[in-house]
Design a protein around this ligand. Sequence first.
Ligand SMILES: Cc1cc2nc3c(=O)[nH]c(=O)nc-3n(C[C@H](O)[C@H](O)[C@H](O)COP(=O)(O)OP(=O)(O)OC[C@H]3O[C@@H](n4cnc5c(N)ncnc54)[C@H](O)[C@@H]3O)c2cc1C
Length: 491
Amino acid sequence: MNQPKQIVLIGAGIMSATMGVFLRHLMPDANIKIYERLDRVGAESSDAWNNAGTGHAAYCELNYTPLRKDGSVDISKALHISEAFEQSKQFWAHLVQKEWIQMKHLFINDIPHMSFVMGESNVDFLKKRYEAMVQYPLFEDLAFEEDHQAIREQIPLLMNGRPATDVLASTRMDLGTDVNFGSITRAMMAYLEGDDQIELHLGQEVKDLTNTREGWLVEVKDVDTGYQNTVVADFVFIGAGGGAIPLLELTELEEGRGYGGFPVSGQWLRCTNQEVVLQHEAKVYGKAATGNPPMSVPHLDTRRMNGERSLLFGPYAGFSTKFLKEGSLFDLPFSIEMHNIWPMLSAGMHNIELTKYLVNQVIQSPEERFGFLQQYYPEARFEDWELLIAGQRVQIIKKDKDKGGVLKFGTEIVSAPDGSLAALLGASPGASTAVSIMLDTLKQCFPDLWKSDGWQSTIKEMIPTFGQSLKTDRQLVKQTRAETTKILQLT
Ligand SMILES: Cc1cc2nc3c(=O)[nH]c(=O)nc-3n(C[C@H](O)[C@H](O)[C@H](O)COP(=O)(O)OP(=O)(O)OC[C@H]3O[C@@H](n4cnc5c(N)ncnc54)[C@H](O)[C@@H]3O)c2cc1C
């Protein structure tokens, strides 16, 4: 498609903010309107306490490295995610270096990323994973440990009160990060708002999208007054998080048919005892029980927000029919249409384990929830923890010719054949890889402009390793990490 002149971004989360920054520099002549239904920026999944803030780089998340049938560990997804996170760091470093955003926002902090497993087969898996990963430059600093005392020195909360006979192991990567995605989103939006050609409209909900010869008619309603307004856009990006599926349905695009959404709400336990908080300094990820979904991976997690340190454990799943934390209970029922009812039913029938997991999560008592924490932190005290509601994830259900419908845990970009609209569905690996997801979206929608020298050099300026592979180039990994570490004030 040609260079658009009128652009609409729906949603003011990290995805639209990242897209906005790219478009501001790739299409400097375009007018961009951003519509957000809430009265503030980055307040849904991108907000700090609504997600775990893990800079997903595949150092500690065991679900990114599945075991193959032959017993070996597949690390291809881990390499992909880790490389994508390096791109995000370069992009953020570019924003800081150009002084488009300020480091005073303290949006990224060092925190070691560790995996922690119990039992012989899990230890065996972790060792194989470590051996497969450590050969690659992105993971060469990963350390494996089986010795109780050595692990206790690093993560006493997980080790104290545990029998010396327990078989367990950990890996550790000191390069891990905790990211305040809400903060970086607000910083990027503030930067965009400073441009005369960019308008941010808060409290404005997109209600309809119609494809016409003139372009997309975007119908917007003022949440307070009910006043309706229609704008025309020649490119629309639906970065509406959980709200993307209903909007995609409104487009009536053939490419969007057969998609449905399954909401899973999240909960954390947050530690209220500062003495305990200060005894833990890592993001420690365990292993999801067999049959449990990837988003159930338990983690005891140091968070650093606005200079304050805190500790969370979770996630626990809840069930709500809302697609957004501040959404409507009718979101799920209203999203069911003729085109997705069979895929949704089929996906349900093929995911009985997930249904069982969710039912068990929803009916568990506070004591049972606390019992799960004690599997990781044996000496935890009930009175030191409070329950928090996290953000809402909407898992993608997709039509499948063999199974009728499948549940997908990743992210998917659905676009119009002429590239005039793109919708981002799904929430994993999420905000950490926003930069590479937005690059994929731009490539998919604007294949000719993508190849142009102008675009290639602008992107390369923002992401110096763009077009090169970090998977095998040791020198390049060292160089980019040295740069981003310095600019982002990591250690
Ligand atoms: C429990 C949980 C833990 C997570 N942990 C991590 C993690 O550790 N690391 C990580 O990288 N990622 C994590 N994620 C994923 C990450 O939070 C998301 O991928 C990311 O925030 C999505 O950004 P977004 O901009 O697409 O969506 P959001 O931040 O949800 O923004 C979408 C915006 O669109 C608005 N909107 C919706 N519909 C409309 C409409 N019709 N009109 C106008 N505005 C609309 C919403 O109000 C919202 O502000 C986690 C997510 C959850 C739920």
